[in-house]
Write a new protein. Sequence first.
Length: 450
Amino acid sequence: MAMEQSLVLPLIILGVSLLWGLKTLCSYANKTTSLFQFAMVYSGMALTVTTLVLLPYDICYSRTNEHTEILSESWSRVYWISFSLCWIAYPIMLEYESTHSLKKALRNNAFWYLMYAFAGLLILSYLWYEQRLDLQGIVGFVYAASNAWGLVLVTLLLGYGLVAVPQWLHVLSYDKRHVEAIYAQAVAAEDARLSAKFELMDVFNHYRDEAGESGGGASKELIREAGEFLGIAVNFDDGQDEVVSECIEGDTEGTPLIPTNLSLVRASTSREDFELSAALAAARRSQHRWSDLVDTGWVLEDRMACHNVDAPLHGSAVERLSHSLMLTGHSLGSYLTRAAALFCAILSVGIISGQATMFWDTKWSSLLAIGYDELLWALGIVQKDGYVPPVYTAMLGQVGVGLPLLYVAGCCYWSLFRVKVAGTYGLYTHHHTDSASLLWCASMVTRLSF
């Protein structure tokens, strides 16, 4: 009975999280993203959320050897689904987005699979003949080795995120500091945008001239698409291209926004198409990153201007009330953000202290241990002087365990985009996230979770 009652809250949280994640993913995904790609991306993210919500119960019941068969079978399926997504499905789909050819995607991934298999056979041979490991030990080593890269990545990203996330939330609570930080990032993003744009212009001019002289090189459809992004109407008939907009330094309106159709040409898979499409994709992502930062800066400047303007004395009562409510909302949001920064700082200190005291013989001061103690008591696994735990204790225990786990996952994922691991990949608002970025983000989320 305790098990069923304790599962009510996590199941509600799981359902709300999955619906919210679906809505958020729809707002990021480009409208040309295929249904299959969207389903694969969402399945990886949904699997991650499910793992974070239900993981505490596996650890709790492992102490009493209850439900071992169900848990073992469930986690085996979760593991192999995650493994298949991270090492097979996502790499092939990402390679396909670059080459636009399934045959080339399979061939390129097969090369890396053979390299991994060769290195793995050497290590397994050493373990079999030198270390005398049995079959069970080798299987355990294979499980651990497949997670080694993700574990190293989590360790590095978590070390950065535990410090940087509370600090960034503290900056967000002050509009002036936030504007300064945003514009500092916008300067770097502007340099990256111009660099990617100039690289695209070089590639575009090369293949545009080649197509005009010999008719070869990259496909004309892709050249036109690159020209549309650069503000050039390509004319292959008479060779006289027309500049449809002038690019002014730092002016978002001077550069045409990303076309609604973000799909790259898939009919041709030549080296020229690959080079031009890669340059075009990098330029688009750099443009979106810079535009998002500039838009955020403008919103913050407007908010700061509202605080410096008095309420309209001659306006209607509704206008004065609206102005007052807006200022109150801004102030309340700042206070809530500072409270969130303080709470995250406490979580960071608790997680670090838990890791530092993990091997102590006396006391393990971990935040997760406190949550697990309450959850074990609520489930009837641990007794406390004969007291019967109330129903809400299991819910509190679940929150006490789930929050640190969610915070750890959030810190790792947030750090991906702050330490330049992502490159040009990212999530861009207003349906500007291309399929390759969605697949990369989904692969990293799934890899970090399992």
